[in-house]
Design a protein around this ligand. Sequence first.
Ligand code: ATP
Ligand code: MG
Length: 339
Amino acid sequence: MRVVSGIQPTGKPHLGNYLGAIVNYVKLQEEAHANGGQCFIFLADLHAISMPHDPAELTRNTREMVATLVACGVDPAKTVLFNQAQVPAHAELQWLLSGTARMGWLNRMTQWKDKAGKNREGQSIALFTYPVLQAADVLLYQATHVPVGEDQKQHLELARDIAQKFNTDFCPEDAPLFTLPEPYIPPAAARIMSLRDGTSKMSKSDPSEMSRISLTDDADTIMKKVKKAKTDAEPLPSEEKGLEDRAEARNLVGIYAALTGKTPQEVLSDHGGQGFGAFKPALGEVLAETLAPINARFLELKDDQEALDAILARGAARARENGLPTLDATYKALGLVRG
Ligand code: ATP
Ligand code: MG
């Protein structure tokens, strides 16, 4: 079992990152550790430069993201925790795979279409080729399990397509180079939506702070954001099908369910008939309770730059060593001479 996943240091991680990805990093880290597998979690700082960014902010966000991941339970003694910028093999393998990836495949990516909007011509090339770097990230370590939210499923399928085509084009049939990675997507919390708009996902890059719960928000901020969350005026239904056309209500019920380990139907059986005036404070409390220990640990860790940098340096050394055989084999399969 080889678990590989990444998160961009593009801002403060939020509830969607936590429920959609980070809780599964921790779960799979324990499974891998118990079964002699390996777990690699990286900060996708090379991905982060695909959008306009402030260099000083990227540096700060990178260290804060390490502190947050550790506060959430990612354990550098069990997981290889590092940032891409210290492992050149990610960028190298991306280039090598760029000969295999197809323009048509990338053109179909919904993240590209969403993030580029109407101004495709004005976007960076990195935003377009982002999924090829992502393929390199997981193929470099021969990942078997890739814990991600629903929004990354399409990119994982692309990574599989790239791996498959490379294996077919450049490897003997009985000795494929790349393992085809499997997405590991939690069904319940795969897609947490914005608090301001139930049709777009909660994102670090959403300009509105009110659209998301950050993992480092304190109890008062959480309660304020939940109370201001967009909803309709109807009380909660008692049956799940009553949420079908109510994206915002469905999102809040889904968050409550994910945090308490209940199904949405169980939440509705308990809270059906309640208006949001009663349900929102209940949700705010559960959220504050879940995030309080993460917050406390984050505050302890966040200012110890030396310790955070040491975690990344140690992780990067292990990542470089682990990725080397696959990188070398890729150069060789392509017929590139390297002395
Ligand atoms: P950005 O807006 O900069 O792209 P992001 O919030 O989408 O930031 P990423 O760093 O791109 O976060 O993604 C990190 C992980 O979190 C990925 O596995 C992604 O699938 C997951 N994720 C992101 N947003 C959500 C969400 N709203 N619900 C569930 N999972 C999510
Ligand atoms: Mg994203």
